[in-house]
Design a binder for this molecule. Structure first.
Ligand code: GAP
Length: 511
């Protein structure tokens, strides 16, 4: 792809053209930062969710999954701290009238310094060739060290100011760094103000008796309030986890970058309950386990990195992001947070109910500590989709657009074609579909020349194309074409299912 910006535009248009993502209520000109998943998008999303659920729930004997309601008792959000502290620090530019997250402006400034580091590394790599040692260069080159030090100082100061609610200092930092409005270039800023991100709604028929509710801004609280229920009914012993996937809502002010930051999105979260004092061990364990899960999908290890938080959320004593290299740079994909006993304790205080575990080995009851893993399903979708979309130049100089989705996640696993629409070939193709559809999502396609059909399926992300031709009528064999290599093999109809299972099995991918 020409450059990252062009690639990102291509991702958005491709997602629409191939039935993955549409803007919400598009016939009314859409709703900002809200999207609908179309026929292929819904499948890809479901498959990512399933891949996560299986690895979390089926592959861990001490993790169970639940599905809590989106609407919760309003005290939940008082206890969790979201009513008082789920805020974004916002700043307006007086000239452009545009609103920004103050911390994002500062982080973007630091990202620019990071680009300078990358440039230094590239330059040195060119100069030293094979003898180049990147780690050593980064840890000794004075210019790189200077840049890194500058980033550290800025982020530390921002983290401290935000933690102390010193918003005047956040503004001062923006002014000292001479950060300008990215659109107008103006440096004429208002003060920084906090803005709560929760969507409110009402329960009840009349205005006088209605109760104010919130749409949940994270799925995690549905797990915390069910801690005792699940622990008792599932006879769970510490350490154990509760997993959940579901919608969350945030009134994001600076919603942008397609499905990266949405107002209605889906999370896949797991809260892991541990003995107090053992949380850092589990925090490290889950950091590594989650990174390995990402790597299992083959998107390239170099496209992931950890980012340890300077500014901790109100509930955490350690936090890190797994960042992914999106078309617009490295950004947060998943968070791993050591949440201490903050949530369970707060719910104990507000509800008056005990949320404790009796530990037979220690012979005492305690409020467990929590390590959570939290990933946005839509963001994971964007990561996979944007990395899989490729433009390839072939041996004969022609190009093809191919969506190299991991086969385990692909919406349609195989397309079955009759070579021509006559001579009984369509009937054989439909019979093959009837057999395969028990195990796989497969489709039939007879329109256009076979070459064109291959290209259409390449662009849609279908890993296999199965073609029925005249030879099939004689010897019951078909050609199976592989999307990524474009190789074709002749195999018996009776062997298709096995061949596909070889490539599309959870064991193969997750192990
Ligand atoms: N329970 C912890 C929690 O919610 P978070 O870092 O606010 O932590 C977790 O969110 C993940 O949810 C993020 O890493 C991101 O993938 C996803 N996420 C958060 N806000 C989002 C948004 N507005 N749109 C899409 N995904 C979002």
């Amino acid at each position: 792809m020409a450059n990252n910006e062009d690639h990102f535009k291509k991702v958005i248009s491709h997602a629409k053209e191939y039935g993955y993502i549409f803007g919400s209520s598009e016939i009314y000109d859409g709703l900002s930062a809200v999207y609908d998943y179309a026929q292929n998008g819904a499948e890809l999303k479901k498959n990512i969710r399933e891949y996560w659920w299986r690895s979390m729930v089926y592959m861990h004997q001490n993790i169970v999954g639940i599905d809590a309601a989106i609407l919760m008792h309003p005290t939940t959000w008082k206890a969790s701290g979201h009513v008082d502290a789920f805020n974004d620090p916002l700043i307006d530019n007086k000239d452009s009238k545009k609103r920004y997250r103050a911390d994002v402006l500062i982080e973007d400034y630091c990202a620019k310094i990071e680009t300078k580091i990358e440039k230094e590394v590239k330059k040195a790599q060119k100069r030293f060739g094979d003898a180049f040692n990147k780690e050593e260069f980064i840890s000794t080159n004075p210019r790189v060290l200077g840049y890194q030090e500058k980033i550290n100082v800025i982020l530390q100061r921002m983290g401290k100011s935000l933690e102390n609610e010193d918003l005047a200092d956040v503004k001062a930092l923006i002014e000292e760094l001479e950060i300008a409005d990215p659109i107008s270039g103006s440096k004429n800023w208002t003060d920084v103000k906090q803005f709560n991100l929760m969507f409110g709604t009402k329960l009840g028929a009349s205005a006088e008796t209605a109760t104010d509710l919130y749409l949940r801004p994270e799925t995690a609280q549905g797990i915390f309030v069910n801690f005792a229920n699940v622990q008792k009914t599932g006879r769970m012993k510490i350490p154990f986890g509760i997993a959940q996937t579901g919608k969350a809502f945030r009134n994001e002010i600076v919603a942008r970058q397609f499905i990266f930051r949405m107002r209605e999105f889906e999370q896949m979260e797991m809260q892991f309950f541990v003995r107090p004092g053992e949380e850092m061990k589990w925090y490290e364990y889950w950091k590594e386990t989650r990174l390995n899960w990402h790597k299992s999908l083959g998107m390239g290890a170099e496209n992931y990195r950890f980012h340890d938080h300077e500014k901790l959320a109100h509930y955490a004593n350690a936090a890190a992001d797994i960042e992914f290299k999106f078309p617009f740079g490295f950004k947060e994909l998943e968070g791993i947070h050591s949440r201490t006993d903050f949530d369970l304790k707060a719910h104990e205080e507000h509800s008056g109910k005990k949320l404790q575990f009796f530990d037979p080995q220690m012979n005492e009851s305690y409020v467990p500590y929590v390590v959570e893993t939290s990933i946005g399903l839509d963001r994971m979708f964007l990561a996979i989709f944007s990395k899989s979309l490729q433009e390839e130049t072939l041996g004969d100089g022609s190009t093809r657009t191919v969506l190299k989705l991991p086969s385990i996640l692909a919406p349609v696993k195989a397309a079955v074609f009759p070579l021509v629409k006559k001579d009984g070939l369509p009937e054989v193709a439909r019979k093959i579909i009837e057999n395969l559809q028990w195990d796989f999502n497969v489709i039939y396609d007879e329109k256009d020349a076979v070459g064109k059909r291959y290209r259409r399926q390449d662009a849609a992300g279908t890993p296999f194309c199965i073609t029925v031709d005249h030879q099939t009528l004689e010897d019951q064999t078909v050609t199976i074409r592989h999307r990524d290599t474009m190789e074709q093999e002749r195999i018996p109809i009776s062997g298709i299912s096995e061949k596909m299972k070889d490539s599309i099995s959870y064991q193969k991918w997750l192990a």
